[in-house]
Design a protein around this ligand. Structure first.
Ligand SMILES: NC(=O)c1ccc[n+]([C@@H]2O[C@H](COP(=O)([O-])OP(=O)(O)OC[C@H]3O[C@@H](n4cnc5c(N)ncnc54)[C@H](O)[C@@H]3O)[C@@H](O)[C@H]2O)c1
Ligand SMILES: [Zn+2]
Ligand SMILES: [Zn+2]
Length: 342
């Protein structure tokens, strides 16, 4: 089968013929239809410091995908041949304290699809059946291809009750924009989204935020004034991984404000802890998706009319992966999708 492979320790990717994945009794084999390109894939292509530590070539990349089940192992129940599935890319151990308690997203032995083992940028991918999420209702394939990052957005946005609340989203990348869309759908009052890229802020306007803010030019405090907020934001969703974004958020939260932080900083940094303490601010780290409560929420949000199509700006046949990756790396994009059926 064709697959996008990181062949050796260095920059670049290659489209190669590789053997089809071997499946066990608990696995399903999936014919991949569409895949989403993630920041993680860009790190692996560039083979930066993080990728050097996390990845051992040769490796088939990719964890955001939708496909059709073509065969199932002898022990598989609940997934059938012909099912349309997206995949939970965090493979958990099943035996640690958290796994046994049903808190699989907290497994400390998580292995990432397309990072710690061969992934979905290929014509076929194998997955434990317990990681396959079956789409029981008709769904747009591009939307289904980005269920993994959509799940990051849903997990973060629904970390705290949003109804009637004033929400600050820092970072209008694809995940920040999807989180803003979820907050809107879930009944937040004001939603302010920040970025330093006009392109990304323009994209964010399409999902119905109250205010977009270029923090290279305008401060969050000014936005607070413009919206007439008396005290500050009730809920913060940190989606940039930037120190200055978290600092600005902490400075503009109401007393008792709650922050869910998905953005992954690349290094340690200082924040105003006395403000966190005296304003009694909660900060929650968010990783991945809850298995499978987040997935349930994702499916019903889409069935309920949440539209992610504004976030998807690039569609390429898999043979044009270089152009697709360049598009995704440019920042002048939302989510970029590869078609594996062309
Ligand atoms: N915790 C997890 O499980 C998980 C999973 C996926 C992604 N992530 C992280 O979540 C974040 C969002 O993912 P994404 O794919 O949307 O990333 P992205 O890089 O496309 O988006 C980040 C955005 O933040 C903007 N930004 C830069 N400086 C800013 C500032 N000072 N204030 C506000 N915005 C600023 C950038 O211009 C960019 O548009 C990233 O940090 C990513 O690494 C975490
Ligand atoms: Zn991803
Ligand atoms: Zn575990």
């Amino acid at each position: 089968m064709k697959a996008l492979v990181k062949e050796e320790a260095g920059p670049g990717l290659s489209l190669r013929h590789v053997p089809e994945p071997v499946t066990g009794r608990g696995d399903v084999l999936i014919r991949v239809l569409r895949t989403g390109i993630c920041g993680t894939d860009l790190h692996i292509r560039a083979f930066d410091g993080w990728a050097r530590r996390a990845v051992r070539p040769p490796l088939v990349l990719g964890h955001e995908f939708v496909g059709e089940v073509t065969s199932i192992g002898g022990d598989v129940t609940g997934v059938r041949v012909g099912d349309l599935v997206s995949g939970e890319g965090h493979l958990v151990c099943g035996t640690c304290r958290n796994c046994l308690a049903g808190r699989r997203h907290l497994c400390h032995r998580t292995v990432g699809l397309g990072v710690g083992r061969d992934g979905a940028f290929a014509e076929y991918v194998a997955l434990p059946a317990s990681n396959a999420w079956v789409h029981h209702h008709p769904i747009d394939l591009d939307t289904a291809a980005i269920f993994d990052p959509f799940g990051n957005a849903v997990h973060t946005a629904l970390s705290f009750p949003l109804v009637g609340e004033d929400v600050l989203v820092t970072g209008a990348g694809p995940i920040g924009i999807m989180a803003a869309a979820v907050a809107r759908h879930a009944g937040a009052r004001n939603i302010v989204i920040t970025d330093v890229s006009e392109y990304r802020l323009e994209l964010a306007r399409r999902v119905g935020v109250s205010l977009t803010l270029n923090v290279a030019k305008t401060s969050v405090a000014e936005a607070k004034e413009r919206l007439g907020l008396q005290e500050g934001f009730d809920i913060g969703l940190e989606m940039s991984g930037r120190p200055e974004a978290l600092r600005g958020m902490i400075a503009n939260m109401t007393h008792g404000g709650r922050i869910a932080m998905l953005g992954l900083p690349t290094e340690e940094f200082a924040v105003d802890f006395s403000r966190i303490v005296t304003s009694m601010i909660t900060i929650k780290g968010v990783y991945g998706r809850e298995m499978f409560e987040t997935w349930y929420a994702m499916s019903v949000l889409i069935e309920g009319g949440l539209d992610l199509s504004p976030v998807i700006t690039g569609r390429y046949p898999y043979q044009d992966f270089e152009a697709a990756f360049d598009d995704a790396a440019s920042g002048q994009c939302g989510k970029v999708v590869l078609d594996w059926t062309a």
